[in-house]
Design a protein around this ligand. Structure first.
Ligand SMILES: [Zn+2]
Length: 332
Protein backbone atom coordinates (compact mmCIF):
# COMPACT_ATOMS: atom_id res chain seq x y z
CA UNK A 1 0.00 0.00 0.00
CA UNK A 2 1.35 3.32 -1.05
CA UNK A 3 0.39 6.94 -0.39
CA UNK A 4 1.75 8.27 -3.61
CA UNK A 5 1.67 11.86 -4.79
CA UNK A 6 3.22 14.25 -7.27
CA UNK A 7 3.82 17.88 -6.45
CA UNK A 8 3.62 20.89 -8.76
CA UNK A 9 4.28 24.51 -7.97
CA UNK A 10 2.44 27.33 -9.63
CA UNK A 11 3.52 30.96 -9.46
CA UNK A 12 1.04 33.81 -9.66
CA UNK A 13 1.75 37.53 -9.78
CA UNK A 14 -0.78 39.08 -7.46
CA UNK A 15 -2.44 42.44 -8.16
CA UNK A 16 -0.37 43.94 -5.32
CA UNK A 17 2.81 43.11 -7.22
CA UNK A 18 3.98 40.19 -5.10
CA UNK A 19 4.69 36.73 -6.48
CA UNK A 20 2.97 33.87 -4.75
CA UNK A 21 4.00 30.26 -5.14
CA UNK A 22 1.20 27.70 -4.79
CA UNK A 23 1.72 24.04 -4.07
CA UNK A 24 -0.49 21.54 -5.86
CA UNK A 25 -0.44 17.92 -4.78
CA UNK A 26 -1.75 15.27 -7.11
CA UNK A 27 -2.58 12.35 -4.86
CA UNK A 28 -3.32 8.78 -5.82
CA UNK A 29 -6.08 6.97 -4.00
CA UNK A 30 -4.27 4.06 -2.31
CA UNK A 31 -6.92 1.57 -3.48
CA UNK A 32 -8.06 2.64 -6.92
CA UNK A 33 -5.14 4.95 -7.91
CA UNK A 34 -7.64 7.61 -8.95
CA UNK A 35 -6.07 11.02 -8.54
CA UNK A 36 -7.25 13.99 -6.52
CA UNK A 37 -5.69 17.42 -6.49
CA UNK A 38 -4.99 18.95 -3.12
CA UNK A 39 -4.29 22.67 -3.16
CA UNK A 40 -3.44 24.42 0.03
CA UNK A 41 -5.27 27.64 -0.72
CA UNK A 42 -8.95 28.22 -0.02
CA UNK A 43 -10.80 30.53 -2.39
CA UNK A 44 -12.82 33.16 -0.55
CA UNK A 45 -16.21 31.75 0.49
CA UNK A 46 -18.92 34.40 0.64
CA UNK A 47 -21.08 34.66 3.74
CA UNK A 48 -24.19 32.48 3.61
CA UNK A 49 -27.35 34.24 2.50
CA UNK A 50 -30.35 32.81 4.36
CA UNK A 51 -32.69 30.42 2.58
CA UNK A 52 -35.77 30.43 4.83
CA UNK A 53 -37.90 31.22 1.79
CA UNK A 54 -36.71 28.02 0.10
CA UNK A 55 -37.44 25.95 3.22
CA UNK A 56 -40.98 27.32 3.40
CA UNK A 57 -41.78 27.09 -0.30
CA UNK A 58 -40.46 23.53 -0.66
CA UNK A 59 -42.45 22.48 2.39
CA UNK A 60 -45.65 23.41 0.59
CA UNK A 61 -45.26 20.54 -1.93
CA UNK A 62 -42.83 18.17 -0.21
CA UNK A 63 -43.88 14.53 -0.77
CA UNK A 64 -41.90 13.39 2.30
CA UNK A 65 -43.64 15.63 4.84
CA UNK A 66 -45.88 13.65 7.23
CA UNK A 67 -49.15 14.97 5.77
CA UNK A 68 -48.33 13.83 2.22
CA UNK A 69 -46.03 10.84 2.44
CA UNK A 70 -48.73 8.12 2.52
CA UNK A 71 -50.43 9.36 -0.61
CA UNK A 72 -47.45 10.52 -2.65
CA UNK A 73 -44.65 7.99 -2.47
CA UNK A 74 -44.04 4.99 -4.72
CA UNK A 75 -44.07 1.52 -3.15
CA UNK A 76 -42.33 -1.76 -3.83
CA UNK A 77 -44.76 -4.32 -5.26
CA UNK A 78 -42.34 -7.22 -5.01
CA UNK A 79 -40.25 -7.46 -1.81
CA UNK A 80 -42.59 -5.33 0.30
CA UNK A 81 -45.95 -6.06 -1.35
CA UNK A 82 -46.88 -2.41 -1.44
CA UNK A 83 -46.18 -1.84 2.25
CA UNK A 84 -44.11 0.98 3.74
CA UNK A 85 -41.52 0.03 6.36
CA UNK A 86 -41.34 2.20 9.47
CA UNK A 87 -39.07 2.63 12.45
CA UNK A 88 -39.23 5.71 14.66
CA UNK A 89 -39.55 8.63 12.26
CA UNK A 90 -37.95 6.68 9.41
CA UNK A 91 -40.12 5.40 6.55
CA UNK A 92 -38.85 3.25 3.67
CA UNK A 93 -40.43 3.23 0.20
CA UNK A 94 -39.41 2.93 -3.45
CA UNK A 95 -37.71 5.68 -5.40
CA UNK A 96 -40.26 6.85 -7.98
CA UNK A 97 -37.31 7.25 -10.36
CA UNK A 98 -35.34 4.02 -9.74
CA UNK A 99 -31.64 3.88 -10.66
CA UNK A 100 -31.35 0.12 -10.33
CA UNK A 101 -33.34 -3.11 -9.94
CA UNK A 102 -34.24 -2.03 -6.42
CA UNK A 103 -33.98 1.62 -5.49
CA UNK A 104 -35.30 2.57 -2.07
CA UNK A 105 -35.64 5.88 -0.28
CA UNK A 106 -35.79 6.25 3.46
CA UNK A 107 -37.36 9.44 4.74
CA UNK A 108 -35.36 9.99 7.93
CA UNK A 109 -37.22 12.59 9.97
CA UNK A 110 -40.64 14.12 10.46
CA UNK A 111 -38.97 17.55 10.20
CA UNK A 112 -38.73 18.99 6.71
CA UNK A 113 -35.39 20.68 7.34
CA UNK A 114 -32.57 20.21 9.85
CA UNK A 115 -29.41 22.15 10.49
CA UNK A 116 -26.48 19.74 10.42
CA UNK A 117 -26.15 19.82 14.19
CA UNK A 118 -29.80 18.79 14.55
CA UNK A 119 -29.30 15.35 12.99
CA UNK A 120 -29.52 12.68 15.68
CA UNK A 121 -27.95 9.27 15.87
CA UNK A 122 -31.43 7.64 15.80
CA UNK A 123 -32.18 9.30 12.46
CA UNK A 124 -29.35 7.33 10.88
CA UNK A 125 -29.81 4.21 13.00
CA UNK A 126 -33.49 3.80 12.21
CA UNK A 127 -32.88 4.37 8.52
CA UNK A 128 -30.06 1.83 8.45
CA UNK A 129 -32.18 -0.70 10.35
CA UNK A 130 -34.91 -0.35 7.74
CA UNK A 131 -32.34 -0.91 5.01
CA UNK A 132 -31.20 -4.10 6.76
CA UNK A 133 -34.83 -5.15 6.94
CA UNK A 134 -35.51 -4.72 3.22
CA UNK A 135 -32.17 -6.25 2.19
CA UNK A 136 -32.97 -9.34 4.23
CA UNK A 137 -35.83 -10.00 1.80
CA UNK A 138 -33.61 -10.06 -1.30
CA UNK A 139 -33.27 -13.28 -3.23
CA UNK A 140 -29.92 -15.04 -3.64
CA UNK A 141 -27.61 -13.76 -6.30
CA UNK A 142 -24.90 -11.24 -6.86
CA UNK A 143 -25.88 -7.67 -6.20
CA UNK A 144 -23.88 -4.50 -5.76
CA UNK A 145 -25.50 -2.69 -2.87
CA UNK A 146 -24.80 0.85 -1.78
CA UNK A 147 -26.34 3.43 0.49
CA UNK A 148 -26.18 7.11 -0.32
CA UNK A 149 -27.38 10.47 0.81
CA UNK A 150 -27.57 13.91 -0.77
CA UNK A 151 -28.47 16.74 1.54
CA UNK A 152 -29.61 20.04 0.04
CA UNK A 153 -29.31 21.29 -3.51
CA UNK A 154 -25.50 21.62 -3.73
CA UNK A 155 -25.31 17.88 -2.98
CA UNK A 156 -27.76 17.12 -5.79
CA UNK A 157 -30.89 16.63 -3.75
CA UNK A 158 -34.12 17.58 -5.46
CA UNK A 159 -36.04 17.24 -2.19
CA UNK A 160 -34.94 19.14 0.89
CA UNK A 161 -36.53 16.77 3.41
CA UNK A 162 -33.75 14.58 4.92
CA UNK A 163 -33.65 11.21 3.17
CA UNK A 164 -31.17 8.44 2.53
CA UNK A 165 -31.24 5.93 -0.31
CA UNK A 166 -30.16 2.42 -1.11
CA UNK A 167 -29.38 1.00 -4.51
CA UNK A 168 -29.41 -2.71 -5.27
CA UNK A 169 -28.09 -3.45 -8.75
CA UNK A 170 -26.99 -6.52 -10.66
CA UNK A 171 -24.35 -4.35 -12.29
CA UNK A 172 -21.93 -2.19 -10.32
CA UNK A 173 -21.46 1.52 -10.83
CA UNK A 174 -18.18 2.53 -12.38
CA UNK A 175 -16.43 3.43 -9.14
CA UNK A 176 -17.82 0.48 -7.19
CA UNK A 177 -16.33 -1.81 -9.85
CA UNK A 178 -12.93 -0.13 -9.51
CA UNK A 179 -13.07 -0.62 -5.77
CA UNK A 180 -14.16 -4.22 -6.14
CA UNK A 181 -11.44 -5.31 -8.54
CA UNK A 182 -8.70 -3.29 -6.83
CA UNK A 183 -9.70 -4.80 -3.48
CA UNK A 184 -9.70 -8.29 -4.98
CA UNK A 185 -6.22 -7.78 -6.38
CA UNK A 186 -5.06 -6.51 -3.00
CA UNK A 187 -6.59 -9.46 -1.16
CA UNK A 188 -5.06 -12.02 -3.48
CA UNK A 189 -1.62 -10.63 -2.68
CA UNK A 190 -1.97 -9.99 1.04
CA UNK A 191 -4.79 -12.32 2.21
CA UNK A 192 -6.18 -9.38 4.20
CA UNK A 193 -8.77 -6.91 3.06
CA UNK A 194 -7.57 -3.49 1.94
CA UNK A 195 -9.48 -1.53 4.58
CA UNK A 196 -8.03 -3.53 7.45
CA UNK A 197 -4.52 -2.87 6.21
CA UNK A 198 -5.34 0.79 5.48
CA UNK A 199 -6.44 1.22 9.08
CA UNK A 200 -3.31 -0.43 10.47
CA UNK A 201 -1.18 1.79 8.28
CA UNK A 202 -3.12 4.99 8.99
CA UNK A 203 -3.05 4.32 12.73
CA UNK A 204 0.70 3.87 12.51
CA UNK A 205 1.13 7.09 10.50
CA UNK A 206 -1.42 8.84 12.68
CA UNK A 207 -1.80 11.97 10.54
CA UNK A 208 -5.12 11.07 9.00
CA UNK A 209 -6.53 8.90 11.74
CA UNK A 210 -9.49 10.77 13.25
CA UNK A 211 -10.71 8.44 16.00
CA UNK A 212 -13.36 5.85 16.62
CA UNK A 213 -16.98 5.39 17.54
CA UNK A 214 -18.39 2.05 18.61
CA UNK A 215 -16.83 -0.64 16.37
CA UNK A 216 -15.96 1.98 13.73
CA UNK A 217 -12.70 3.78 12.89
CA UNK A 218 -12.63 7.09 11.03
CA UNK A 219 -9.98 8.52 8.75
CA UNK A 220 -9.62 11.54 6.59
CA UNK A 221 -9.13 10.28 3.05
CA UNK A 222 -5.61 10.56 1.62
CA UNK A 223 -6.87 11.47 -1.81
CA UNK A 224 -10.11 13.33 -0.97
CA UNK A 225 -13.07 13.31 -3.31
CA UNK A 226 -14.46 16.58 -1.98
CA UNK A 227 -14.26 18.98 0.96
CA UNK A 228 -13.59 17.25 4.24
CA UNK A 229 -13.76 13.73 2.93
CA UNK A 230 -13.86 11.27 5.84
CA UNK A 231 -13.90 7.49 5.67
CA UNK A 232 -15.50 5.17 8.23
CA UNK A 233 -14.28 1.59 8.49
CA UNK A 234 -16.48 -0.79 10.48
CA UNK A 235 -15.24 -3.76 12.44
CA UNK A 236 -18.08 -5.93 11.06
CA UNK A 237 -17.53 -6.54 7.38
CA UNK A 238 -21.00 -7.13 5.93
CA UNK A 239 -23.83 -4.66 6.39
CA UNK A 240 -26.71 -7.10 6.66
CA UNK A 241 -24.99 -9.00 9.47
CA UNK A 242 -24.11 -5.84 11.40
CA UNK A 243 -25.13 -5.74 15.05
CA UNK A 244 -27.01 -2.83 16.60
CA UNK A 245 -23.73 -1.68 18.16
CA UNK A 246 -22.08 -1.54 14.77
CA UNK A 247 -24.94 0.41 13.17
CA UNK A 248 -24.93 2.72 16.15
CA UNK A 249 -21.19 3.33 15.84
CA UNK A 250 -21.50 4.27 12.18
CA UNK A 251 -24.46 6.56 12.91
CA UNK A 252 -22.69 8.26 15.76
CA UNK A 253 -19.63 8.92 13.61
CA UNK A 254 -21.80 10.44 10.90
CA UNK A 255 -23.55 12.88 13.20
CA UNK A 256 -20.22 13.92 14.64
CA UNK A 257 -18.91 14.69 11.21
CA UNK A 258 -22.08 16.69 10.46
CA UNK A 259 -21.57 18.73 13.60
CA UNK A 260 -18.01 19.39 12.48
CA UNK A 261 -19.27 20.54 9.08
CA UNK A 262 -21.72 22.87 10.79
CA UNK A 263 -18.90 24.38 12.81
CA UNK A 264 -17.04 25.07 9.56
CA UNK A 265 -20.03 26.88 8.05
CA UNK A 266 -21.10 23.99 5.79
CA UNK A 267 -24.69 22.79 5.52
CA UNK A 268 -24.76 20.39 2.57
CA UNK A 269 -23.13 16.96 2.23
CA UNK A 270 -23.02 13.58 0.49
CA UNK A 271 -22.63 10.16 2.05
CA UNK A 272 -21.87 6.90 0.29
CA UNK A 273 -21.59 3.45 1.83
CA UNK A 274 -20.29 0.64 -0.35
CA UNK A 275 -21.56 -2.63 1.08
CA UNK A 276 -19.49 -5.80 1.21
CA UNK A 277 -22.57 -8.00 1.10
CA UNK A 278 -22.59 -10.49 -1.77
CA UNK A 279 -19.08 -9.55 -2.86
CA UNK A 280 -16.68 -11.75 -0.89
CA UNK A 281 -13.92 -11.76 1.70
CA UNK A 282 -11.83 -9.19 -0.16
CA UNK A 283 -14.36 -6.42 0.43
CA UNK A 284 -15.25 -4.59 3.63
CA UNK A 285 -18.18 -2.20 3.93
CA UNK A 286 -16.84 1.35 3.90
CA UNK A 287 -18.45 4.71 4.54
CA UNK A 288 -17.60 8.03 2.89
CA UNK A 289 -18.74 11.55 3.72
CA UNK A 290 -17.95 14.85 2.02
CA UNK A 291 -19.18 18.38 2.56
CA UNK A 292 -20.49 20.25 -0.47
CA UNK A 293 -20.42 23.97 -1.06
CA UNK A 294 -22.88 25.58 1.35
CA UNK A 295 -26.43 26.06 0.18
CA UNK A 296 -27.62 29.61 0.14
CA UNK A 297 -29.56 31.87 -2.17
CA UNK A 298 -26.64 32.12 -4.60
CA UNK A 299 -24.87 28.83 -3.99
CA UNK A 300 -22.32 27.52 -6.47
CA UNK A 301 -21.89 23.96 -7.57
CA UNK A 302 -18.57 22.24 -6.90
CA UNK A 303 -19.07 19.58 -9.55
CA UNK A 304 -17.35 21.30 -12.43
CA UNK A 305 -15.70 19.77 -15.46
CA UNK A 306 -12.93 17.81 -13.75
CA UNK A 307 -15.40 16.07 -11.46
CA UNK A 308 -18.16 15.83 -13.99
CA UNK A 309 -16.09 13.82 -16.44
CA UNK A 310 -14.37 11.51 -14.01
CA UNK A 311 -17.21 10.05 -11.97
CA UNK A 312 -20.45 8.18 -12.39
CA UNK A 313 -23.35 10.00 -13.98
CA UNK A 314 -26.99 9.18 -13.26
CA UNK A 315 -29.15 9.33 -16.37
CA UNK A 316 -32.93 9.51 -15.98
CA UNK A 317 -33.51 8.49 -19.58
CA UNK A 318 -32.51 5.48 -21.65
CA UNK A 319 -30.26 6.43 -24.57
CA UNK A 320 -31.83 3.74 -26.78
CA UNK A 321 -35.24 5.29 -26.18
CA UNK A 322 -34.46 8.91 -26.78
CA UNK A 323 -32.06 8.32 -29.69
CA UNK A 324 -34.92 7.54 -32.11
CA UNK A 325 -36.72 10.68 -30.93
CA UNK A 326 -33.75 12.80 -31.85
CA UNK A 327 -33.49 10.88 -35.11
CA UNK A 328 -37.02 12.06 -35.93
CA UNK A 329 -35.96 15.66 -35.42
CA UNK A 330 -32.98 15.09 -37.67
CA UNK A 331 -35.27 14.16 -40.49
CA UNK A 332 -37.28 17.34 -40.34
ZN1 LIG B 1 -40.88 17.76 3.78
Amino acid sequence: MEFRKEVEFSKVLLPNGSIEENRIEIRYDPLTLQTSRVIKKTPPIPEIQGFDEEIESSKAWCPFCPERIESMVARDPDLLKGELLRKGEAILFSNIVPYSKYSFVIRMTDAHYLDLNEFKREHFENSLFLIQDVLSKLNEGKYYISIGMNYLKPAGSSIMHPHIQTLVSETSTDYFARMDWSALEFYEERRKDFWKVLLEKEKEIGKRYVGETEKTMWLSAFAPKGFYHFVGIPEEREFLAMTEEQISGISEGLIKILKFYQSKGFNSFNISMFLADRLGEHFRTNVHVVARTPFDKYYWCDVYFPKMFHDETISYLVPEEYAPELAEFMKT
